[in-house]
Design a protein around this ligand. Structure first.
Ligand SMILES: NC(=O)c1ccc[n+]([C@@H]2O[C@H](COP(=O)([O-])OP(=O)(O)OC[C@H]3O[C@@H](n4cnc5c(N)ncnc54)[C@H](OP(=O)(O)O)[C@@H]3O)[C@@H](O)[C@H]2O)c1
Length: 293
């Protein structure tokens, strides 16, 4: 009999990709969606082959009913405290009540366990949920994928295709930053969801590149060498981010406020992987930086 996996946040970008990757692995997939989710997205999930379960995500009994016979719950929810801590906690409680043995939280990030509290608001919320998860009887697995590779295609400071610049911080010109495509992260997550022996933390990257590598790649693939810009010390950056956050309380209600985006940049230069688990599932074809940039 195929394993039954429940995906929360299935109407989202990552969640939808995880559902498709699970279906491609012949899993039996339940998509847990909140009441009021876009009917078109629900119809797409059903058409793809998932069983959609609409529930009030504040109601633990309803969540537990959706979790019947499930071997792993995967969360790909996105949001602030009400989602990452409160709603994920409800889903965790429902999963525990239903006797689900495994849970993959909506982490999909740089390894925030290495990053001190106060440096990245969205990571602090994940850390808070992680404490609840580690106190529960369920076996958890977090997927740390660094940054999603798409950011190399926008005008983000790490590879600014408009201004043709690449920022770095003191002593970090050759600091490797992990990037993972959403499809690679989704397939790895699906395989981890079906892998009862998966450990607490799994570290992946489609590719790891430093600012110096990106400079070379810009010359090779963008026809022009982007300028490396030293933005000073990471400690000064951290202090300026704290002041910026304090001056913009409205940003606390915005998932991707400007200072939060800058906190992600800080995190990329603060923590990186020291090992990779890419080979755990050898059938995955990891995207290369050349094919992506
Ligand atoms: N490492 C990176 O570079 C990176 C970049 C982007 C995202 N991520 C992470 O990837 C994960 C998924 O993000 P995504 O971009 O796929 O998100 P997304 O497309 O915005 O999808 C969010 C999902 O969460 C659900 N949701 C939002 N608010 C909710 C609420 N109050 N109650 C219940 N469900 C709610 C949405 O349901 P509805 O359809 O009903 O609204 C949707 O299914 C998150 O952990 C995010 O932080 C990482």
């Amino acid at each position: 009999m195929s394993q039954k996996v429940l995906v929360a946040g299935a109407t989202g970008d990552m969640g939808g990709r995880i559902v498709k990757a699970l279906l491609a692995r012949k899993a039996d997939v339940t998509a847990l969606v909140r009441k009021g989710s876009d009917p078109k997205k629900i119809a797409d999930l059903e058409q793809a082959g998932a069983t959609v379960y609409q529930a009030d995500l504040s109601n633990i009994a309803e969540i537990a009913a959706a979790c019947k016979d499930v071997s792993c719950v995967v969360s790909a929810l996105a949001g602030l405290r009400d989602v990452i801590v409160d709603t994920q906690l409800n889903i965790l409680k429902g999963a525990v009540e239903a006797g689900v043995p495994r849970f993959i939280p909506s982490d999909f990030a740089t390894d925030f366990t290495q990053i001190p509290v106060g440096e990245n608001r969205n990571f602090d919320l994940r850390k808070e949920f992680r404490e609840h998860l580690d106190k529960s009887p369920i076996k958890a697995t977090s997927i740390f994928n660094g940054a999603f590779a798409d950011i190399l295609r926008y005008n983000t400071p790490i590879f600014d295709t408009k201004n043709k610049t690449i920022v770095y911080y003191d002593g970090k010109k050759d600091w490797k930053v992990e990037f993972t495509t959403k499809d690679n992260a989704a397939m790895f997550t699906a395989m981890a969801a079906l892998d009862d022996d998966a450990p607490r933390n799994l570290y992946i990257a489609s590719f790891s590149v430093s600012p110096q590598d990106l400079e070379q790649l810009s010359e090779q693939y963008k026809g022009e060498k982007y300028e490396l810009v030293n933005k000073g010390s990471l400690a000064d950056f951290s202090a300026s981010l704290k002041a910026w956050r304090a001056s913009d309380p409205e940003g606390e209600t915005n998932l991707y406020s400007k200072w939060q985006q800058a906190q992600y940049l800080h995190s990329m230069f603060y923590a990186h992987h020291t090992k990779l688990d890419n080979d755990r599932y050898p059938t995955i074809e990891w995207a290369s930086v050349e094919s992506y940039i």
